[in-house]
Design a protein around this ligand. Structure first.
Ligand SMILES: Nc1nc2c(ncn2[C@@H]2O[C@H](COP(=O)(O)OP(=O)(O)OP(=O)(O)O)[C@@H](O)[C@H]2O)c(=O)[nH]1
Ligand SMILES: [Mg+2]
Length: 370
């Protein structure tokens, strides 16, 4: 991209980080007001590390932003921000977050739309490609398909990344199973250890794009990132499979510029990646099955051999792949399991809250000598 078309603040470095006409046009008024543009590389509590044409600069949201914005509107990794330099301070003041082109977020505190206490956590902003990262060992294809649906909802393009290919002699069965379950996905089979086929991933960085790796701890996100970065820049570690403790090697989200253009965002392992409404994304990912189910003889058909079951008829006739249907059922089961965990957690939370309230009531009574 030609930096001359992008207005005054477009240094080649910013362009290599993904600065483009979209951000430039939203920034012009802020440029006139004296703000400097930069991209958020890391967020530590309140302050952020921001990459600018003058190097890394620490920034803090302005008081105004801090007190008037919703949490989701505060700077997140991947955001483009406008900062006001403050000569006598350690940090510059982040005055604006430019409108995001895409937001990858997850719901903390449960995937269930009924849960009132859910909080949306921004994983990364302005992302082009999201790599749903799984290892070739014990690949949970149902989850993989759900991840893909959720990524699509976020406005980014999903790519399936299967890591540790060196541990699998013949991947053809796995690839076939994925293709049968969700035809047409972009799937890459790589090894961060040997570097095998990692270069295939560079196509997603063309045009200074932003890629992000998500997946559970230990799947090899940081190892692959290091391969793309060309050095051991991110820590990686053996996973303790037996107790699952001390597992997370990466503890914060990091945005790193890739030599030659584009950026990657490495994230800490996430066991669940669920957005606003997981049920919705399942029915989106398996829209064909949901549609078939509507034509079943019984409204509450479980597709387990009931008469007039359109789903079983489609499987028998070859219109629906049985592996795809099995994944759909598996996800439904996982959803129910997650929901029951959330229900139990909110019950426990309610009990604790009631107990605390009762205790403080008792204390007050005592204090008043009643
Ligand atoms: N055999 C093999 N091992 C790998 C490969 N990639 C990563 N590993 C190993 O898997 C372990 C975990 O790798 P990491 O890159 O730290 O995993 P991560 O996904 O970043 O984990 P978190 O940061 O905890 O989310 C390390 O011991 C790596 O050496 C691979 O392609 N093949
Ligand atoms: Mg890591």
């Amino acid at each position: 991209m030609n930096s001359h078309t992008l207005g005054d603040p477009a240094s080649p470095f910013l362009v290599s980080l993904g600065w483009n006409e979209h951000f430039s046009s939203h920034f012009s008024e802020h440029h006139s007001a004296g703000l400097k543009p930069g991209r958020v590389a890391r967020v530590d509590r309140i302050s952020s590390m921001v990459l600018t044409e003058n190097g890394s600069v620490r920034g803090e949201p302005s008081t105004d932003m801090l007190y008037t914005s919703d949490k989701e509107q505060l700077p997140a990794v991947g955001d483009w921000v406008g900062m006001m330099p403050r000569p006598r301070h350690d940090t510059d003041s982040i005055e604006v977050v430019l409108p995001r082109r895409s937001v990858l977020a997850r719901a903390r505190g449960g995937s269930d739309s009924r849960s009132a206490a859910r909080e949306i956590q921004i994983i990364a902003a302005n992302v082009d490609f999201v790599f749903a990262t799984h290892t070739v060992i014990k690949t949970n294809i149902a989850r993989l398909v759900r991840d893909v649906a959720q990524i699509e909802q976020s406005g980014s393009t999903p790519v399936v990344l299967l890591t540790k290919s060196d541990l699998l002699v013949d991947p053809s069965e796995l690839l076939e199973e994925i293709e049968n379950t969700a035809p047409g996905l972009r799937v890459h089979l790589t090894s961060g250890l040997t570097g095998d086929r990692v270069d295939e991933l560079r196509q997603y960085l063309t045009g200074n794009r932003t890629i992000v790796f998500i997946g559970t701890s230990g799947v090899g996100k940081s190892t692959i990132s290091n391969q793309l970065l060309g050095g051991e820049l991110l820590a990686t570690r053996e996973v303790r499979e037996y107790d699952g403790k001390g597992r997370h090697t990466t503890t914060a989200r990091h945005l790193m510029p890739i030599p030659g253009g584009g950026v990657l965002i490495d994230t800490p392992g996430m066991r669940t990646f669920t957005l606003q409404n997981a049920e919705e994304s399942i029915s989106e990912a398996f829209g064909d099955i949901s549609e078939l189910a509507e034509t079943c003889g019984f409204r509450d058909c479980r597709h387990e051999g009931e008469p007039g079951c359109a789903v079983q008829a489609a499987i028998a006739g070859g219109a629906l792949n049985s592996e795809r249907f099995a994944s759909f059922l598996k996800l439904g089961g996982e959803m129910q399991h997650e929901r029951s965990k959330i229900d139990k957690a909110s019950y426990a939370e309610d009990r604790t809250r009631t107990r605390n309230r009762t205790n403080s009531y008792k204390k007050n009574i005592k204090k008043r000598g009643q």
